[in-house]
Design a protein around this ligand. Sequence first.
Ligand code: TRP
Length: 350
Amino acid sequence: MTDSYTATRARMPELEQRVAADPGRFRVLTGERPTGALHLGHYFGTIRERVRLQARGVETYVILADYQVIADRDTSANVAENVYNAVLDYLASGLDPDRTTIFVHSAVPALNQLLLPFLSLVTEAELHRNPTVKAEQAASGRALSGLLLTYPVHQAADILFCKGNLVPVGKDNLPHVELTRTVARRFNERYGMTFPEPEAFVTDAPEIPGLDGRKMSKSYGNAISLSMTEDETARVIRRTRTDSDRAITYEPDRRPGVAGLLSTAALCTDSTPEAVAAEVGDRGSGALKQFTTDAVNAFLAEHRTRRAELAVDRSIAARVLRDGNRRANARADATLSEVRERMGMAYGYQ
Ligand code: TRP
């Protein structure tokens, strides 16, 4: 996985150039699973990138992958609320629903019908080899569900239903993009040219450290959600475990909590962890926490104001999703018809 990450990163400048030269040739499909509140890790990892690609004029689809939630969890509680909140964060971040299609996986039945032919194109051994699936299964502490084993194929359908050819993702999703390329290639070989082989687009901040220095994740309790109030932000930052060494230094291995705070403050002030450490100097972790709180709250102030305005009327987000689902369904229906045509399974009496 690390090797393919390095190789993908190395291709980024050239890919950036191709996108800038001809944005109309690209279609972005990306998204996330609505497992909880979106946090700074999502923002710096992919959301900011989507807004940038949208501004370049690249057609963009964003999927809220609700079925993926139950791949490694045994409850779908809160999914609807998480979907609603994600839409608020997308809009507050600058995604424009007229230019970007925001939709929910389960609302697009034709997309899921692609799963069956796609499953026929991969082997069970290939599915078992996926390093992210293995890691997620281990982290879940549960037996490997059929859905978890096959969800990268679902994800191939998510990407290919709209013929997405550019997929902004974090490092852990690279194996899924690789599998999507395999599915597209094999489908094309067997049934004739139908799908593009999508390229992964990785940002330079693919894994944002959380407040404790581990990857930022709601399940680690080390995340700052975009929707938190200023006080809630101060509280989670205060809870970070640091040490009593007054001199603030950036040493991720030895001082993970301090390093997590420094990285967060640096991202929010467009600086580096080392520069923030120098600025806090020997004023200790109390001062570092205050600095980080102020940096995050200033960075998110505008986002939070816009978010609150959108939250006044629930029908705003509802309308965005209804519209997005309609557009995604039209695309999925067209692609499914083409697939059935290619497979000789368009019977003409349906
Ligand atoms: N698996 C992604 C995640 O971990 C979410 C996702 C679902 C996705 N379908 C996608 C990402 C298609 C990119 C493209 O959050």
